[in-house]
Ligand binder design. Structure first.
Ligand code: MG
Length: 202
Protein backbone atom coordinates (compact mmCIF):
# COMPACT_ATOMS: atom_id res chain seq x y z
CA UNK A 1 0.00 0.00 0.00
CA UNK A 2 2.01 2.97 -1.27
CA UNK A 3 -0.60 5.68 -0.63
CA UNK A 4 0.90 7.75 2.17
CA UNK A 5 -2.61 8.64 3.37
CA UNK A 6 -3.47 5.04 4.09
CA UNK A 7 -4.71 4.48 7.64
CA UNK A 8 -2.68 1.28 7.55
CA UNK A 9 0.64 3.04 6.96
CA UNK A 10 1.95 2.55 10.50
CA UNK A 11 1.63 -1.24 10.08
CA UNK A 12 4.21 -1.20 7.27
CA UNK A 13 6.92 0.00 9.65
CA UNK A 14 6.85 -3.36 11.51
CA UNK A 15 8.80 -6.36 10.23
CA UNK A 16 6.40 -8.78 11.96
CA UNK A 17 2.61 -8.41 11.64
CA UNK A 18 0.24 -10.62 13.61
CA UNK A 19 -3.38 -10.90 12.46
CA UNK A 20 -6.56 -11.91 14.20
CA UNK A 21 -8.94 -13.85 11.89
CA UNK A 22 -12.68 -13.58 12.64
CA UNK A 23 -14.00 -10.09 11.85
CA UNK A 24 -10.51 -9.01 10.87
CA UNK A 25 -9.79 -10.99 7.66
CA UNK A 26 -13.10 -12.87 7.35
CA UNK A 27 -16.32 -12.80 9.32
CA UNK A 28 -17.73 -16.19 10.25
CA UNK A 29 -21.49 -16.55 9.80
CA UNK A 30 -22.04 -17.73 13.33
CA UNK A 31 -24.69 -16.40 15.70
CA UNK A 32 -22.27 -16.03 18.60
CA UNK A 33 -24.83 -15.20 21.34
CA UNK A 34 -26.81 -18.34 20.47
CA UNK A 35 -23.63 -20.41 20.14
CA UNK A 36 -22.50 -19.15 23.52
CA UNK A 37 -25.65 -20.47 25.20
CA UNK A 38 -25.41 -23.82 23.39
CA UNK A 39 -21.76 -24.10 24.37
CA UNK A 40 -22.56 -23.33 27.98
CA UNK A 41 -25.18 -26.12 28.06
CA UNK A 42 -22.81 -28.52 26.27
CA UNK A 43 -19.90 -27.84 28.65
CA UNK A 44 -22.17 -28.19 31.68
CA UNK A 45 -23.40 -31.56 30.43
CA UNK A 46 -20.03 -32.94 29.31
CA UNK A 47 -17.94 -31.65 32.21
CA UNK A 48 -19.77 -32.29 35.48
CA UNK A 49 -18.74 -29.63 37.97
CA UNK A 50 -17.99 -27.06 35.27
CA UNK A 51 -18.81 -23.67 36.73
CA UNK A 52 -18.99 -20.40 34.85
CA UNK A 53 -20.74 -17.05 35.04
CA UNK A 54 -23.56 -15.96 32.79
CA UNK A 55 -21.93 -13.39 30.53
CA UNK A 56 -18.80 -15.03 29.17
CA UNK A 57 -17.99 -15.27 25.50
CA UNK A 58 -17.46 -18.75 24.12
CA UNK A 59 -13.66 -18.39 24.21
CA UNK A 60 -13.86 -17.19 27.80
CA UNK A 61 -15.91 -20.25 28.76
CA UNK A 62 -13.39 -22.48 27.00
CA UNK A 63 -10.57 -20.82 28.94
CA UNK A 64 -12.49 -21.33 32.20
CA UNK A 65 -13.14 -24.99 31.36
CA UNK A 66 -9.45 -25.56 30.50
CA UNK A 67 -8.58 -23.96 33.84
CA UNK A 68 -10.78 -26.51 35.59
CA UNK A 69 -9.92 -29.48 33.36
CA UNK A 70 -6.41 -28.73 32.06
CA UNK A 71 -5.84 -32.17 30.55
CA UNK A 72 -9.00 -32.07 28.43
CA UNK A 73 -8.48 -29.11 26.09
CA UNK A 74 -8.95 -31.34 23.06
CA UNK A 75 -12.38 -32.43 24.29
CA UNK A 76 -13.33 -28.92 25.37
CA UNK A 77 -12.86 -27.67 21.78
CA UNK A 78 -15.20 -30.35 20.37
CA UNK A 79 -18.22 -28.04 20.49
CA UNK A 80 -16.28 -25.41 18.52
CA UNK A 81 -15.17 -28.07 16.02
CA UNK A 82 -18.78 -28.90 15.22
CA UNK A 83 -19.85 -25.25 15.16
CA UNK A 84 -17.08 -23.88 12.93
CA UNK A 85 -16.92 -26.97 10.73
CA UNK A 86 -20.45 -26.45 9.47
CA UNK A 87 -20.20 -22.79 8.47
CA UNK A 88 -17.36 -22.51 5.98
CA UNK A 89 -19.30 -21.34 2.90
CA UNK A 90 -20.77 -18.38 4.72
CA UNK A 91 -17.62 -16.50 5.63
CA UNK A 92 -17.63 -12.85 4.58
CA UNK A 93 -14.30 -11.45 3.42
CA UNK A 94 -13.02 -8.09 4.67
CA UNK A 95 -11.71 -6.64 1.37
CA UNK A 96 -9.70 -3.82 2.94
CA UNK A 97 -7.77 -6.18 5.17
CA UNK A 98 -7.28 -8.77 2.42
CA UNK A 99 -5.65 -6.04 0.30
CA UNK A 100 -3.55 -5.08 3.29
CA UNK A 101 -2.32 -8.66 3.72
CA UNK A 102 -1.37 -8.86 0.02
CA UNK A 103 0.53 -5.56 0.22
CA UNK A 104 2.32 -6.55 3.42
CA UNK A 105 3.34 -9.85 1.86
CA UNK A 106 5.01 -8.23 -1.15
CA UNK A 107 8.27 -10.16 -1.59
CA UNK A 108 10.57 -7.13 -1.55
CA UNK A 109 9.62 -6.36 2.02
CA UNK A 110 10.47 -9.78 3.52
CA UNK A 111 7.92 -9.21 6.23
CA UNK A 112 6.78 -12.04 8.49
CA UNK A 113 3.03 -12.54 8.88
CA UNK A 114 1.28 -14.77 11.42
CA UNK A 115 -2.30 -15.50 12.49
CA UNK A 116 -3.27 -15.68 16.15
CA UNK A 117 -6.91 -16.71 16.29
CA UNK A 118 -9.43 -17.85 18.87
CA UNK A 119 -10.92 -19.94 16.06
CA UNK A 120 -9.71 -23.40 15.17
CA UNK A 121 -6.61 -23.89 13.03
CA UNK A 122 -8.64 -25.73 10.36
CA UNK A 123 -11.24 -22.95 10.17
CA UNK A 124 -8.58 -20.31 9.57
CA UNK A 125 -6.60 -22.45 7.14
CA UNK A 126 -9.65 -23.25 5.02
CA UNK A 127 -10.70 -19.59 4.93
CA UNK A 128 -7.23 -18.36 3.98
CA UNK A 129 -6.96 -20.96 1.24
CA UNK A 130 -10.32 -19.88 -0.19
CA UNK A 131 -9.01 -16.31 -0.35
CA UNK A 132 -5.64 -17.33 -1.83
CA UNK A 133 -3.88 -15.92 1.23
CA UNK A 134 -2.64 -19.08 2.93
CA UNK A 135 0.87 -18.81 1.47
CA UNK A 136 1.35 -15.32 2.89
CA UNK A 137 1.36 -16.51 6.50
CA UNK A 138 4.32 -18.25 8.08
CA UNK A 139 2.11 -19.96 10.66
CA UNK A 140 -1.44 -20.11 11.95
CA UNK A 141 -1.79 -20.30 15.71
CA UNK A 142 -5.40 -21.37 16.26
CA UNK A 143 -7.06 -21.81 19.62
CA UNK A 144 -6.41 -25.56 19.38
CA UNK A 145 -2.71 -25.00 18.61
CA UNK A 146 -2.19 -22.67 21.54
CA UNK A 147 -4.53 -24.36 24.01
CA UNK A 148 -5.69 -21.06 25.51
CA UNK A 149 -7.57 -18.20 23.82
CA UNK A 150 -6.48 -14.57 23.69
CA UNK A 151 -6.13 -12.51 25.81
CA UNK A 152 -3.89 -15.22 27.27
CA UNK A 153 -0.39 -14.38 26.02
CA UNK A 154 0.54 -18.03 25.58
CA UNK A 155 0.50 -17.49 21.80
CA UNK A 156 3.07 -14.70 22.17
CA UNK A 157 5.37 -17.07 24.05
CA UNK A 158 4.93 -19.69 21.32
CA UNK A 159 5.81 -17.16 18.62
CA UNK A 160 8.97 -16.23 20.45
CA UNK A 161 10.03 -19.74 21.41
CA UNK A 162 9.05 -21.71 18.29
CA UNK A 163 9.44 -19.09 15.55
CA UNK A 164 12.06 -16.78 17.03
CA UNK A 165 9.73 -13.80 16.66
CA UNK A 166 10.97 -10.58 18.21
CA UNK A 167 7.84 -9.31 19.91
CA UNK A 168 9.41 -5.85 20.17
CA UNK A 169 9.27 -5.63 16.36
CA UNK A 170 5.69 -6.91 16.08
CA UNK A 171 2.26 -5.32 15.78
CA UNK A 172 -1.12 -7.07 15.98
CA UNK A 173 -4.07 -6.22 13.73
CA UNK A 174 -7.44 -7.19 15.23
CA UNK A 175 -11.01 -6.12 15.83
CA UNK A 176 -11.62 -6.80 19.52
CA UNK A 177 -10.22 -4.46 22.18
CA UNK A 178 -11.14 -6.90 24.95
CA UNK A 179 -9.50 -9.90 23.28
CA UNK A 180 -6.89 -8.67 20.78
CA UNK A 181 -6.23 -5.36 22.49
CA UNK A 182 -5.88 -6.92 25.92
CA UNK A 183 -3.55 -9.61 24.52
CA UNK A 184 -1.34 -6.82 23.16
CA UNK A 185 -1.42 -4.87 26.41
CA UNK A 186 -0.38 -7.94 28.39
CA UNK A 187 2.31 -8.96 25.88
CA UNK A 188 3.67 -5.44 25.31
CA UNK A 189 2.80 -5.47 21.59
CA UNK A 190 1.26 -2.46 19.78
CA UNK A 191 -2.40 -3.00 18.80
CA UNK A 192 -3.99 -1.77 15.55
CA UNK A 193 -7.78 -1.91 15.78
CA UNK A 194 -9.08 -2.61 12.28
CA UNK A 195 -12.73 -1.97 13.02
CA UNK A 196 -13.04 1.69 11.96
CA UNK A 197 -11.42 0.88 8.61
CA UNK A 198 -13.41 -2.15 7.49
CA UNK A 199 -16.74 -2.54 5.75
CA UNK A 200 -18.33 -5.53 7.38
CA UNK A 201 -17.30 -5.36 11.01
CA UNK A 202 -20.05 -4.71 13.49
MG1 MG B 1 -11.75 -11.10 15.75
Amino acid sequence: MSDSKSPFEIIFSYPVVLFDYDRTIMSLAIDWPAARESCRAWLTEKFPGFATGTTERMDEMEAAAIGQFPDRAHDIFEFRRQLEGSEMEEHTPQPEVISLVRDLAAPKDARRLFIISNNLHATVKTGLRALGLAGHFEAILGIDDVGLPKPSIKAAHLLHEQYGVDLQKSILVGDSPSTDGEFCRLAGIPYFNIQPFTTHCR
